[in-house]
Design a protein around this ligand. Structure first.
Ligand code: AMP
Ligand code: ZN
Length: 439
């Protein structure tokens, strides 16, 4: 039985020093390369490159191995990358196939167990214990945020409420009736819950026992996190994951809230220049590349995530030496190129969230007018200020000024009434690109 006073759920892994982490990674990477020889895909690739497990003598030797891309997953759909016979697998998750084949990730029972352990470790790290009540307000089914958090929260021993996303009135009833102390949801849905609480006259500080939120699955700014914390009177921790790496539990913030700890007993982390694929120095932004070193059904070698981030450090006052990365700047595919300028939605969010008059729901629309690309930013305004036209005019000017400083272009800014912009229960859609495509 775990000592509930311990800061660590898995001290034997969480408190390893850098040398010990490196040694464990080398061992697990060798095993992974050996195991990957059971996958037709990797066997062919390794044979072509003349690679054998003995070539891995340090983590730096990972650079001898080939990259894996989302296209590889699509090309081998559905089971072409499995490293175990199908009868050893107990579950699969699949991403939507809006463009071409979907991707499939297979899991053995051991994979599911390790995944639950990783999620439980994250939740323990932010102070949750078996006495907590955990409400999972994210989609279930193929989306890994549902079952991933469900199994992890149960593994920790919490009473777990599989509320799923949507039906916000019922969510609030559950929060009150079951004494929910922790919620997992995408950040945009958390703000929706708060909005409905306001309409219902529910004060989260007085009428609920909420104390911890796990927010993730979509990029969000530090400013949005602070908003959420103030709104609900909770601590909100950034949770990072992706289906290809299992789902949630890949990385999480500790109580220091100083970046995402990636679990290096599960993954080898690289940050590379997306063009040259060479490593970038610590502190510089590049593409996150992950290698699974603890997976059975479908290990992935040097998987190009397309997420952009940077290394913040490898030590932390919390006592964990697992690498810390900055919150995701976005995916390389989220980048908008407008009149030659590269812009990420998160840059716009960061500015908007600083104004107390603005709510958290916003939409960026890109259009082509007279052969020029234009950006319109619509953002909802708090009812308190909705009728003060003079103030709203000045506010609009100030927002435009600050956005121009940040993105070097002058967008059109429209302040709109609460509830005007579309909302989803899942990942928020922040950009509506209506530009003409020239061929
Ligand atoms: P999925 O496989 O559908 O769960 O999507 C995974 C993707 O969601 C990642 O590759 C990221 O682009 C994004 N994502 C997940 N968690 C976060 C987070 N905490 N911050 C920013 N982006 C995230
Ligand atoms: Zn830490």
């Amino acid at each position: 039985m775990q000592d509930i006073k311990s800061e660590y759920l898995h001290p034997e892994f969480e408190t390893l020093d850098r040398e010990q982490i490196e040694a464990l990674q080398v061992k697990r990477l060798q095993d992974t390369v050996r195991h990957c020889m059971n996958s037709e895909f990797y066997k062919t690739k390794f044979n072509e490159l003349g690679i054998s497990p003995e070539d891995i003598k340090s983590t730096a030797d990972i650079r001898k191995l080939p990259f894996t891309t989302k296209q590889d997953l699509r090309d081998t759909y559905p089971f072409g990358m499995a490293s175990v016979p199908l009868e050893k697998c107990v579950r699969l998750h699949s991403s939507s196939g809006t463009t071409g084949n979907p991707t499939v990730i297979l899991h053995t029972q051991k994979d599911i167990d390790e995944w639950a352990n990783a999620v439980a470790r994250c939740l323990w790290m932010v102070g949750l214990r078996p006495s907590d009540v955990f409400q999972n307000s994210s989609g279930y089914g193929m989306f890994t945020g549902g079952l991933g958090f469900q199994y992890g929260a149960e593994r920790l021993g919490m009473l777990t409420v599989p509320a799923a996303a949507g039906n916000t009135l019922r969510q609030i009833k559950f929060i009150k009736d079951f004494g929910t102390t922790a919620i997992h949801a995408v950040p945009s849905y958390v703000t929706r819950i708060k909005e409905v609480m306001d309409q219902q006259g529910v004060d989260p500080r007085k009428d609920t026992k909420l104390k911890v939120l796990a927010i993730g699955a979509e990029p969000h700014s530090e400013e949005q996190r602070k908003r959420i914390e103030e709104m609900l009177g909770v601590k909100a921790y950034n949770s990072f994951g992706m289906s290809e790496m299992c789902g949630p539990g890949v990385a999480f913030e500790c109580k220091e809230q100083n970046g995402l700890h990636f679990w290096e007993d599960y993954y080898i982390v690289e940050i590379v220049d997306p063009e040259t694929l060479e490593p970038v120095p610590d502190g510089e932004i590049g593409e996150l590349v992950l290698t699974t070193i603890n997976r059975e059904a479908m290990p992935l070698i040097r998987y190009r995530t397309r997420d952009l981030t940077r290394v913040l450090g490898r030590t932390c006052p919390c006592g964990r030496n697992h690498i810390r990365l900055d919150r995701m700047k976005g995916r390389s595919d989220d980048m908008m190129v407008l009149r030659g300028v590269n812009i990420f939605p998160i840059q716009i969010e960061k500015i908007l969230m600083q104004f107390k008059e603005l709510l958290t729901n916003y939409l960026i629309t890109l259009t082509t007018d007279n052969d020029n690309d234009n950006m319109t930013v619509e953002v909802e305004v708090d009812d308190l200020y909705a009728n003060d036209n003079l103030h709203l005019q000045q506010l609009t000017k100030e927002i435009i000024r600050q956005l121009k400083d940040e993105i070097l272009l002058t967008p059109i800014v429209k302040l709109v009434a609460r509830g005007t912009l579309p909302q989803t229960d899942g990942k928020a859609v922040r950009v509506n690109d209506l530009r003409k495509v020239y061929s």
